[in-house]
Write a protein that binds this ligand. Structure first.
Ligand code: ZN
Length: 333
């Protein structure tokens, strides 16, 4: 939940990162899982909110010279249209990040498309020995767009959102600065096409603190049957993973096929989404794999639509042809 109230004068920094990846098969003198991508570009637009409108104030753009992944991964080359020689032009990461922080100012809310950018930024900060705390709220605009575009629960690219609002395409996609500008343009359109109070309410309930762990998972012990496997994770689902207080059920646990859903709340930490999947191991025993996370707009929609399905069809769920896009389920966990 967003702690800051959105009022006139509130600032948003819409940002995007491009990063290079390790070359498969190449050996590095460190564990690549500690740096799955090295940032090579930061792009951002700063907006100020004023009476239902977002006004772009400034644009930030920095190319970064990588120091560990100095050759472009073929996929990154293909997507970003960069050449190896381009990686020699730019600033050191520390300098570009300093410039970005100054650009953000002390009070802005970070906005991105998808939730991978803040995680990648924090990973780079940690890897290069800098303070990984962002100390800013983060808003993933992708589910907000899907919600207001009537495509709830679907994941869409920035380009699809740009097409949806007929935004003029002046630059190529997949450069950090142009993607940040396109994302900003989509953000402007969301405000333009909807009631500002509704947009603000969606934003407020979907912003997260990227410095706090927001997702907790547990793999339960084995049981002879599915019901037993779910019972074994009841303890995990009964207390807040942050403070340990008892959770209150807002939408009590219910099961559709192999998944159990619920929406809980902690008096201190707000609403928490839960999903558990029943799985079978190679010995034929059942176990449940569960996740608890601070609920976002997408999670509210997911649990509400699943509850509707459950109330109508019971634990077998809707007949196959009526179930929604399978991608939705795999994308949202
Ligand atoms: Zn709590």
């Amino acid at each position: 939940m967003l702690s800051k109230k959105i009022v006139d004068g509130c600032e948003f920094v819409v940002f995007d990162l491009e990063w290079n990846q390790p070359i498969p098969g190449k050996t590095y003198d460190f564990d690549c899982s500690t740096l799955t991508g090295e940032i090579i570009e930061i792009g951002a637009c700063r907006y100020v909110y004023n009476n239902g409108d977002l006004v772009c104030q400034a644009v930030y753009s920095a190319d970064i010279v990588p120091v560990v992944y100095t050759r472009l991964h073929y996929h990154v080359r293909k997507v970003t249209h960069k050449k190896n020689s381009d990686l020699k032009n730019g600033q050191p990461f520390a300098e570009a990040y300093k410039g970005f922080r100054e650009f953000c100012g002390p009070d802005a809310i970070l906005v991105g498309w998808g939730n991978s950018d803040p995680a990648m930024l924090k990973m780079n900060l940690k890897f290069f020995g800098m303070d990984p705390k962002l100390e800013m709220q983060f808003l993933d605009l992708q589910p907000i767009f899907s919600f207001f575009a009537g495509q709830k629960g679907k994941q869409r690219s920035v380009e699809a959102a740009v097409d949806f609002y007929n935004i003029e395409k002046k630059d190529i996609f997949h450069s950090a600065t142009s993607d940040a500008q396109y994302t900003g343009a989509v953000f402007e359109e969301i405000f333009r096409h909807n009631k500002p109070s509704e947009v603000i309410s969606a934003i407020s309930s979907s912003s997260i603190d990227p410095d706090i762990k927001s997702e907790f998972s547990l793999v339960g012990n084995e049981s002879q049957n599915a019901e037993g496997a779910l019972k074994l994770i009841d303890g995990f689902l009964s207390v807040c993973p942050v403070c340990g207080k008892n959770l209150k059920a807002e939408i009590g646990k219910f099961r559709i096929r192999k998944s159990q859903y619920a929406l809980f709340s902690c008096t201190e930490h707000g609403e928490i989404f839960s999903r558990a999947r029943i799985k079978k191991n190679k010995n034929g025993m059942f176990y449940a794999s569960a996740v608890l996370r601070f609920a976002t707009q997408t999670d509210y929609y997911l649990v509400a639509s699943k509850k509707e399905e459950f109330d109508k069809y019971g634990s077998n769920g809707a007949p196959a042809e009526q179930t929604e896009d399978k991608n939705e389920e795999s994308n949202t966990l």
